[in-house]
Design a protein around this ligand. Structure first.
Ligand code: AHG
Ligand code: MN
Ligand code: MN
Length: 328
């Protein structure tokens, strides 16, 4: 049996785990492994900053706005800097798509990978000490290394991701990722400064009883979404909504549930961003046996036409997403 098929034991350090799985990558040159290590390292720095958010003057609004017009928090900016720097130093990535940058950022022109990132997800929860996250997608560039980046490198479908995942800064910090061979979760041990495998081969329950949607916007939901919510209530499902996509997704991944951010009157295409929020979680969900759609179409099949494109997002246990879709 090849090494990558042997289940890694619980407690394996992330670096060792990544190395043992390297032969699963289509281009097993070690660069994708290095990229994952770069992301893990940057997340440790962000984790340190998140953990002292209440202690030092890094909380509160920056007084600036990002491309979507949201107020930027200092931690949004800090996290963006930490991840960009780690990726730039690493040299494996040629371009970075980030929620915090209007256009993509050129990194190393000879790099083979394109990264899309939401450096800090759930910013409204920073200053109230509630879980937040980071979301990342990794693509192979299509154009030849060393040549200028082209639209075809940047605007790739989610189905072309070679790896994706998230970091959850919660009651413990976790890194969950997939390279298309299942999903593995690692928990951070802060005194050792290392992630250890705690959730091998994660599977999302096929069905569940938790629904996560911001019901404050109920009046502006479409009739089918309203009917699905009524169905959840009839079934006595549990409503859980943190307001940090990563945290809501992670709970539903472990326990079985559905997260919906539908079209609303204010956001007719939904609020969430296809390229650095939905695609990564859709890839993880599918790899864990779950499902992700915009209510009709598979998220991973959507051809992006712009960096900050939004999409309605239905993600979670397969049967729950199918049921929600069936309301039309
Ligand atoms: P971000 O902090 O990166 O802008 O993302 C916030 C997103 C997502 O994390 C969350 O699920 C959603 O916005 C919450 O929006 P509402 O407050 O409209 O429910
Ligand atoms: Mn976000
Ligand atoms: Mn964000």
């Amino acid at each position: 049996m090849e090494e990558s098929r042997i289940a890694a034991p619980i407690g394996s350090a992330l670096d060792r785990f990544i190395k043992s799985k390297q032969d699963q990558f289509a281009y097993a040159s070690g660069e994708l492994s290095q990229l994952l290590r770069d992301i893990a390292l940057a997340s440790k720095v962000v984790n340190r900053e998140v953990n002292k958010a209440g202690l030092i003057d890094i909380m509160g609004a920056m007084g600036s706005t990002n491309t979507a017009g949201d107020a930027q928090q200092k931690l949004d900016v800090l996290a963006n800097i930490r991840f960009s720097r780690a990726l730039m130093k690493g040299g494996e990535a040629c371009a970075l798509i980030s929620e915090e940058s209007e256009s993509y950022v050129d990194l190393n022109n000879s790099g083979k990978y394109v990264i899309a990132i939401d450096p800090l997800d759930g910013s409204s929860n920073i200053d109230v000490n509630v879980s937040i996250g980071t979301i990342f997608s990794i693509y192979r560039r299509k154009s030849k290394e060393g040549t200028p980046i082209q639209d075809q490198d940047i605007l790739q479908r989610g189905s072309e991701q070679v790896a994706a995942g998230y970091i959850l800064y919660g009651s413990s910090t976790m890194l969950v990722y997939t390279t298309g061979h299942g999903v593995n979760g690692f928990t951070y041990e802060p005194t050792l400064g290392e992630y250890f495998l705690s959730h091998p081969d994660m599977k999302m329950p096929e069905d569940g009883k938790i629904y996560s949607v911001n019901e404050g916007s109920y009046n502006s939901f479409s009739q089918p979404v309203k009917e699905y919510i009524a169905y959840c209530k009839e079934k006595n499902y549990t409503g859980r909504y943190i307001g940090s996509l990563v945290a809501d997704f992670h709970r539903n991944l472990l326990k079985g549930g559905i997260y919906i951010y539908p079209a609303t009157a204010k956001d007719p295409n939904g609020k969430l961003r296809l390229m650095y929020e939905c695609n990564a979680l859709a890839f993880v969900a599918e790899q864990a046996g779950g499902k992700a759609s915009d209510g009709k179409n598979r998220i991973l099949d959507i051809q992006p036409t712009s960096l900050h494109q939004r999409t309605p997002f239905y993600v979670g246990s397969k049967k729950m997403v199918e049921k929600a879709e069936s309301f039309g």
